[in-house]
Design a binder for this molecule. Structure first.
Ligand code: MN
Length: 308
């Protein structure tokens, strides 16, 4: 659908499109929803990947286990809503992430990691996991890992708004990103109407994590990402009590990326080299105690075998 109606403040004919999410499998069998990339939309700002995990109740710790796998050219950004998981990486970090916290792993030139249920197992999990494409200026930087346990929280219209990335209402997240971005978690304490100011230089996407949202007289499907183009300076939402919403946005990412498996690159040669290094056990380090459970890399598709 494409809605341009008078009750929205529109400065420049932006688009408003619901993009369906799809079901996917994470690690060793956990069912999740993938909102980005999709056929219709590859990136929103530099956000290039969005998985919504849960809310789900695990029977046993093994139900959440993503074995050693490599990354290049991106940041993995994990927002923990409920539950706790452990991150273990080839730099030697072993960190439990708890509700209200973010793990940020900047892969740069290369790193590998494991994501699993925490040693102190809690069955309920609810996580948003995103990737951020690194710009040319930073995509080959040495890998690093950062953990954030304090994020700015803004109360507005009976909503608790956590500033995950970028700036909102004068509050700036400390999460270190390399392109202009925003990320908000919005939780409605009661039925409410919220008018969010938007940066007109940004494109945005809304994903319902839990509950129900109406905008412009329409329901936002829980199986869809609502994409909003640039040049809109605010957006009004009706939220039911207990609803949780993720907002991501940023300046449209201008560099052409190749996203394959866990790699973000610019050329097919870079993808081929990363694949070769992973198979050879080079570049990405090892994670003691988990090496026998490395994820199998899929076969390179034909279009990535040729040089570009
Ligand atoms: Mn990963």
């Amino acid at each position: 659908m494409d809605n341009n109606t008078d009750d929205l403040i529109i400065s420049n004919a932006p688009c408003l499109i619901q993009i369906p999410t799809r079901d996917a499998v994470l690690g060793e069998g956990m069912q999740i929803r993938r909102a980005l990339p999709s056929r219709q939309k590859r990136t929103i700002g530099a956000w290039c990947f969005l998985d919504h995990v849960g809310p789900a109740t695990l029977k046993q710790p093994e139900d959440f286990y993503v074995g050693p796998h490599p990354h290049i050219g991106l940041q993995t950004f994990t927002w923990m809503i409920q539950g706790q998981t452990s991150h273990i990486d080839s730099l030697g970090y072993h960190k439990t992430i708890r509700p209200g916290e973010i793990n940020l792993m900047t892969a740069g030139h290369g790193i590998s990691h494991v994501e699993k249920s925490a040693d102190d197992f809690t069955p309920d999990v609810h996580i948003a996991q995103l990737w951020i494409a690194l710009p040319d200026s930073h995509r080959d930087m040495p890998a690093k890992f950062q953990h954030y346990d304090q994020l700015p929280i803004v109360q507005q219209n009976n909503c608790t708004i956590t500033v995950l990335a970028g700036e909102f209402a004068g509050h700036t997240s400390a999460v270190e990103v390399y392109t202009p971005l925003i990320g908000l978690d919005i939780y409605a304490e009661s039925d409410t109407t919220l008018t969010l100011p938007l940066n007109t230089a940004f494109e945005h996407g809304f994903l319902v994590l839990q509950g129900h949202i109406d905008y412009n007289g329409e329901a936002l499907d829980t199986g869809a990402l609502l994409y909003i183009g640039k040049d809109r300076n605010s957006f009004e939402l009706q939220l039911k009590a207990g609803t949780r919403l993720l907002l991501i946005g940023g300046e449209p990412f201008k560099e052409d990326i190749i996203l394959w498996w866990n790699f973000v690159a610019r050329t097919t040669e870079e993808v081929q080299q990363a694949a070769k290094d992973w198979l050879a056990g080079d570049r990405f380090g090892v994670i003691e105690g988990h090496n026998h459970r490395r994820l199998n890399m899929p076969t390179l598709p034909e279009h990535l075998k040729a040089s570009r």
